[in-house]
Ligand binder design. Structure first.
Ligand SMILES: Cc1cc2nc3c(=O)[nH]c(=O)nc-3n(C[C@H](O)[C@H](O)[C@H](O)COP(=O)(O)OP(=O)(O)OC[C@H]3O[C@@H](n4cnc5c(N)ncnc54)[C@H](O)[C@@H]3O)c2cc1C
Length: 488
């Protein structure tokens, strides 16, 4: 965009949103140059801060009229560069759309604006005996709109499911600038599952302006234990044994020795000294059931080599156990100047083998890897440590990080469990999907966004359809040939 184009678009947007809702000052724009994946930085041409769905739709329409791309941003905590701005585009930030419109305990629903902070939904529902179950570790700052776009998970998603299982309705600004509704309060709607397609679409199918979520009854009883093991093999075996026994804990989280060291240095969580791995196991539900199953979990941990088991006696002790886990990503900053937060998925039973292979790769490359993850659903978060000031270390860390994802794919897992593809994993998509798979996904994207203006350059390796720059595919796509879809 030329300077004149930016000024014209800014004037259009100021007329709709008001002067203070549009940012063009270069210094102020830099606030928004990255999300939680700070190695990618792009200063947007301008930032728009709509306060209502109508303002958001008008902003998108102005982008369409000007032919410029737009990127949605909630709180900017994403770890895959999904909210990375476009240099010639508009960053549409939802931080001023923070109203909780309704808490409806009788329907077990809440209706919220997209900028509402995840934890605030649970706080608002608490007086009615309810909470919002998906709980990313970033829940004190991340937005519900961002959660929807990333299909975010969290420690308690093992039992309760991911964001997609808790969203029943959305109001969305389509990439044409129309306001539409997908789903509603009812558990399901007939027809194609467009709501399901939208959740996890990482801002590529439009912008959410209202979210209807399920509220979950808060459990009568919650019990948490911390078990120390000699190593991850034993902790992994205990995890599999607990699930195999038919117990579905609210959460099973694992940290290895390096992650424990980092957490201790940062928050002094008092984890068992010398442990090669710890498991945090939390059970919730009716008190009688929790008590019975808790005894089973303690026994299974001991049977699989737990060297120490601590049971939280009260809320303060439970909070301390969780503090170590929830602060683990940031805590790694205490033991390494730089690190990559990786996110991959494997079948739970492959945990011991995959952790051994990660250790081998780490030793071979001379790059330390700390593991902290959602063990119950096989969602790994290897933290690959390096020092950017040492030549070659960043590249080696990237290699280790990529090799870990290859292992996940080879095990039948995934290149991302909850942090999304965004910018970061675009080049990994072909390791999981064939060209035809990716083209078929593009057809869906094009159905929503024929101009390719909604968060372009994210998720897909090479834009090939909708008149975007042609990539590897040459000739007619098989679904076109079969008369099932057309390219435009
Ligand atoms: C310390 C830390 C811990 C974390 N722990 C977890 C965890 O346990 N589980 C987990 O899943 N994630 C975790 N994350 C990642 C991150 O917090 C989540 O991905 C979160 O959902 C992002 O929300 P956000 O509001 O910050 O979104 P942003 O970073 O602003 O945006 C994320 C994506 O959503 C899109 N988007 C944002 N708002 C909208 C909207 N209204 N409509 C359409 N698209 C939109 C953006 O374009 C972008 O693609 C963690 C991050 C940090 C920094």
């Amino acid at each position: 965009m030329t300077t004149t184009d930016v000024s014209t678009l800014a004037a259009t947007l100021r007329a709709v949103l008001g002067d203070h809702q549009v940012i063009t000052d270069r210094q102020e724009l830099r606030t928004y140059e990255c999300d939680g994946l700070a190695q990618y930085r792009v200063v947007p041409a301008l930032v728009a801060l709509p306060r209502t769905a109508a303002e958001c739709a008008a902003t998108v329409r102005a982008c369409v009229d000007a032919g410029v791309p737009f990127v949605a941003r909630g709180s900017g905590t994403g770890l895959s560069g999904g909210a990375l701005p476009h240099a010639d585009g508009v960053l549409i930030v939802t931080s001023q759309m923070r109203a909780i419109r309704e808490i409806a305990p009788a329907d077990e629903r809440a209706v919220v604006e997209p900028g509402v902070i995840n934890l605030h939904v649970s706080r608002a529902a608490a007086p009615y005996g309810y909470h919002y179950a998906p709980d990313p570790s970033s829940q004190q700052v991340c937005s519900i709109g961002g959660n929807v776009a990333e299909n975010s998970g969290g420690a308690h998603c093992l039992k309760y499911g991911f964001t997609t299982n808790h969203v029943t309705g959305l109001e969305v600004v389509t990439p044409d600038g129309d306001l539409v509704r997908l789903g509603g309060r009812a558990p399901d709607a007939p027809g194609y599952d467009l709501l399901g397609a939208f959740v996890g679409s990482e801002g590529t199918l439009g912008i959410t302006t209202e979210v209807t979520v399920r509220l979950t009854r808060s459990p009568e009883s919650v019990r948490t234990l911390l078990a120390g093991f000699a190593g991850t093999d034993q902790a992994g075996a205990a995890t599999s044994a607990i699930i195999a026994a038919g117990v579905v804990p609210a959460a099973i989280e694992m940290m290895d020795a390096l992650a424990i060291e980092a957490a201790e240095a940062a928050v002094r969580c008092g984890y068992p000294a010398g442990a090669g791995a710890v498991l945090i196991v939390e059970l919730d539900g009716p008190a009688a059931e929790v008590d019975a199953q808790f005894a089973d979990v303690e026994r299974l941990c001991r049977d699989n080599g737990a060297t120490e088991i601590r049971v939280a006696a009260d809320d303060a002790e439970r909070a301390l156990i969780w503090k170590g886990r929830k602060s683990a990503f940031a805590a790694v900053g205490r033991i390494s100047p730089d690190y990559i937060v990786q996110d991959g998925v494997i079948p739970r039973t492959a945990l011991p083998e995959v952790l051994r292979r990660i250790a081998e790769i780490s030793a071979r490359h001379g790059v330390r890897v700390a593991n902290v993850f959602h063990a119950g659903d096989g969602n790994l978060h290897p933290l690959v440590l390096f020092d950017d000031a040492v030549p070659g270390q960043a590249e080696r860390a990237e290699e280790v990080s990529a090799a870990i994802l290859d292992i996940c794919v080879a095990q039948g897992g995934s290149i991302t469990g909850e942090h999304g593809v965004g910018m970061d994993k675009v080049s990994f998509m072909p390791r999981m999907y064939t060209d035809d798979d990716l083209d078929t996904m593009q057809l869906l994207r094009c159905a929503f966004d024929p101009r390719g203006l909604a968060n372009p350059g994210k998720v897909f390796p090479t834009p090939r359809l909708c008149g975007e720059v042609p990539g590897r595919r040459r000739g007619v796509h098989p679904v076109q040939e079969a008369g099932l879809a057309e390219m435009f």
